[in-house]
Design a binder for this molecule. Structure first.
Ligand code: SF4
Length: 325
């Protein structure tokens, strides 16, 4: 299968300025700082990391919603970062986003049919009223909702139903790639599984590709083919799902995995939890050397001064850590 998306050395830096009239740059927030990965058509890449790891900023950049400082985002063979306004409009038909907050991302004063149909109108695809209504009904059915819900308002729905509406809206333009930014984090655990199953079912039926962003490894486990672990603006490990869960290499991945509860009570009781020291540092002050060294239980003197490059550790498994030099 060919790569539908290729991200090369992506950097998104934000200047911090001082002064009202003569703005002077005093610092730089390195939100994303040299991220590279690719995604195959029909695949799901899970992107995991704590808040502040740069995963959502990466997602927004994939959607062409942020100015890229450096690097390339190549989608279906074209570098998105060089797109004109007209090209971005076409691009939006091919790439859509599902957001974290199902209530906040939908206008409560709009009827569901208008929320789902808005992209059709914006792209001139609502040819006539009956075809518009038929398409909205079809999209509602695709996400397990009833067509007569089209006449209701978003505020009348539960969180899980609102997220289904958000997915239906994202599907309206028949995209090939959907960037899912923590789409189940705000939902009850029982509802999370239902929504993840909808994503999986739609992928099978429509051949969709997902970049699925989450803050813990439990959520991405059931949907991802491969998983990238991000820390402070970088990918520190990327591997197939099986490999990552069976043989996590980076100390940060190991710590994240140790926080995922086991289904088996016995196994859960005997499992070692790795507690990380402190909080993720500010991207304003990225630590020298390995950026994880301030929290890493295995850090050595070398880690404080030398930035570990990404190294391949077997087929489709790479890690940035001096322990694997
Ligand atoms: Fe820890 Fe050093 Fe590996 Fe960084 S390079 S993850 S500090 S052992």
């Amino acid at each position: 299968m060919e790569d539908i998306l290729k991200v090369e050395d992506l950097q998104i830096h934000f200047p911090v300025t001082k002064g009202v009239v003569f703005k002077k740059q005093v610092a730089t927030v390195k939100a994303v700082d040299g991220v590279s990965f690719s995604v195959k058509r029909g695949e799901t890449l899970g992107v995991v990391g704590e808040s502040g790891s740069g995963k959502s900023t990466t997602g927004l950049a994939l959607m062409h919603m942020l100015r890229v400082t450096k690097g390339r985002i190549v989608f279906e063979g074209q570098d998105v970062t060089t797109f004109s306004r007209a090209q971005v409009k076409q691009f939006r038909r091919r790439v859509q986003m599902v957001f974290q907050d199902p209530f906040g991302s939908l206008n409560p004063r709009m009827k569901v049919k208008d929320i789902i149909g808005e992209p059709l109108v914006a792209h001139g695809l609502a040819k006539d009223r009956s075809r518009y209504q038929a398409r909205v009904a079809e999209l509602l059915r695709m996400v397990g909702l009833l067509p007569d819900m089209a006449e209701r308002y978003a505020h009348e729905f539960s969180g899980g139903q609102c997220q289904r509406i958000g997915i239906a809206r994202a599907l309206a333009l028949e995209p090939s790639l959907i960037v899912c930014d923590e789409p189940v984090s705000a939902l009850d655990v029982s509802i999370q599984a239902q929504v993840i199953n909808i994503f999986k079912d739609l992928q099978k039926r429509l051949g969709l590709t997902y970049v699925f962003i989450a803050h813990d490894l439990a959520v991405v486990r059931h949907i991802s083919d491969r998983i990238a672990v991000m820390y402070l603006g970088r990918i520190v490990e990327i591997a197939s799902r099986e490999d990552l869960y069976r043989n996590p290499k980076h100390p940060y991945t190991q710590a994240l995995l140790s926080a995922v509860p086991e289904a088996d009570v016995d196994a859960e009781c005997h499992r070692a939890h790795i507690a990380l020291k402190g909080e993720i540092p500010s991207p304003l002050r990225v630590p020298s050397g390995c950026r994880f060294h301030t929290r890493c239980p295995s850090a050595t003197e070398r880690c404080r001064t030398q930035d570990p490059p990404m190294r391949e550790q077997g087929a489709a498994h790479s890690v940035a850590c001096h322990l694997y030099a």
